[in-house]
Design a protein around this ligand. Structure first.
Ligand SMILES: [Zn+2]
Length: 358
């Protein structure tokens, strides 16, 4: 066993350990982290992994700020946590990617239909399905590539004139030799659905304030940590609002109420809390900008049987972050934006757990 110790310069908040563990676990499966007072001990069987993980912990210490969380709506004191039961009509194809059976497909479509209808007054029936692929340039403009580079799956393609440029004698596709010919396609699998609507707001909005609903597949690379509730591919329903400070605040308040009502109608044991992400590895300017972007984030968390929680939805006030990122002020007179998203797979898993428990 190899071990290294890093000393923190200030008192560590309670959530440092879980955050550090979850980030380290993304790449180094067998590295363990122990926090003793203001020291962090990193250990594993491999010298190399211990050294690399120690570097990450040192870096994390310099950029980490504790998460300030506030419960807005406490869970019903009579509610008990629900189990995450296995789904017999879903089969894992790759870690985090599922082949879904008929009941699951129907369940997701039913939920989508209900949500679309529920919010049709708000959206005026403007509902869109977004593609699974997004221009990587949009992710860069949105700050996502800098903030979560490890969560993005890039798409690489052979040049389209591959057969013309290969000479007659070498015009044989050699499997395993792709690295010679690959070009970065400047595209990625979609890690956030609403970037499609935000970056192309001029196509969606005639006169703000305006709200549209979207549905789509979202892809997050979670290292080896994929499981039935931490998916590599999942589907979302989102409401995206384009307007100004006051219309975005109204949207935010209205959606927190609507989501609370929907989830309590389902009978889910929910806690509503403020959230912010622990940032890792970005510069101070980006941190400040992203904190402004997540200035208002409310999460809806379902209580599980093992006393953990599963976040199934969030309402987000972006302020003018995306207006500046995508130049929406000059392009279409938008001053601020906000969005509200529900993870359909997690909601469906929780509804199954609830039924299982009854
Ligand atoms: Zn969004």
């Amino acid at each position: 066993m190899h071990s290294q110790t890093v000393k923190a310069e200030r008192t560590l908040a309670d959530d440092f350990g879980p955050t550090a563990r979850s980030i380290i676990a993304h790449y180094y499966r067998d590295v363990s982290i122990e926090i003793i007072g203001d020291s962090i001990a990193v250990s594993s069987a491999s010298v190399d992994a211990t050294q690399k993980a120690t570097d990450v912990v040192t870096h994390l210490l310099s950029t980490y700020r504790p998460t300030v969380e506030r419960t807005i709506v406490p869970p019903n004191p009579l509610a008990s946590g629900i189990p995450l039961c296995g789904c017999s009509d879903r089969f894992e194809s790759l870690p985090g990617f599922f082949i879904n059976g008929r009941d699951w497909i129907t369940e997701i479509q039913d939920i989508l239909g209900l949500l679309q209808k529920h919010f049709s007054d708000l959206t005026g029936g403007r509902h869109f399905a977004v593609p699974s692929v997004i221009n990587a340039e949009v992710l860069a403009q949105a700050g996502y590539l800098n903030k979560f580079p490890q969560a993005v799956s890039h798409i690489y393609r052979l040049p389209s004139d591959y057969w013309q440029t290969a000479s007659a004698s070498t015009a044989v596709y050699r499997s395993g030799d792709e690295s010679q010919n690959l070009e970065h396609g400047r595209a990625a699998l979609n890690p956030v659905a609403c970037f499609h609507a935000l970056s192309k707001a001029d196509l969606f909005v005639e006169t703000p304030p305006s709200t549209v609903s979207i549905q789509g597949s979202v892809f997050r690379h979670e290292g080896h940590r994929h499981d039935s509730s931490r998916l590599g591919e999942f589907s979302v329903f989102e409401l995206v609002h384009f307007g100004d400070a006051s219309s975005c605040t109204d949207f935010f308040d209205q959606l927190v109420k609507s989501f609370s009502a929907i989830f309590s109608e389902y009978g889910l044991p929910i806690r509503v809390a403020t959230a912010s992400d622990a940032f890792f590895g970005e510069d101070a300017l980006l941190r400040r900008r992203m904190q402004m972007a997540s200035g208002g984030k409310i999460e809806f968390r379902v209580l599980l049987k093992d006393n953990t929680e599963l976040s199934i939805a969030s309402v987000n006030q972006h302020r003018d972050y995306f207006v500046r990122a995508f130049d929406l002020g000059t392009r279409c007179n938008i001053k601020e934006t906000a969005c509200a998203a529900i993870g359909l797979d997690r909601l469906a898993i929780c509804l199954r757990g609830l039924r299982h428990d009854k």
